[in-house]
Unconditional design. Structure first.
Length: 129
């Protein structure tokens, strides 16, 4: 089943790999201009180049959605570069905490919840309009 997103503008966080990158490709192939957000600038820049090589429109905006300031900046920069936003997709996987799970620290829990819950779910969405 295909979707026609011609003329739409979509901001996607977590676009450097996995579901985020796949979502960005599908949106672009369906006609949307996409703003790609993620911490790994090299990966979103490569994805933007791929989308543009295939005839789509994309812009890479490095950001860490665990930071509300960066998440807000991502949305504002996406609107500036692409003119507006019609939709935002938060596919951020969050932070993988490496180490023994039997010894988590309060700081590791805060870092995980900030990245996974607060940053990816609330900050970009609140500022889309």
């Amino acid at each position: 089943m295909g979707y026609d997103l011609s003329g739409k503008v979509v901001a996607i966080t977590g676009a450097s790999s996995g579901i985020g990158a796949a979502t960005a490709l599908l949106c672009a192939q369906s006609g949307a201009a996409v703003a790609l957000g993620a911490r790994r600038a090299d990966r979103i820049e490569a994805l933007a180049e791929r989308i543009e090589a295939e005839g789509g429109a994309a812009t890479a905006i490095p950001c860490d959605v665990a930071s509300e300031e960066q998440a807000t900046g991502f949305v504002q920069e996406a609107k500036h570069r692409l003119g507006r936003l019609d939709a935002a997709d938060q596919t951020t996987a969050g932070v993988m905490l490496l180490g023994p799970s039997r010894a988590p620290t309060p700081a590791s829990g805060v870092r995980w919840s900030t990245s996974t819950c607060s940053g990816s779910c609330t900050a970009p969405t609140r500022r889309c309009r």
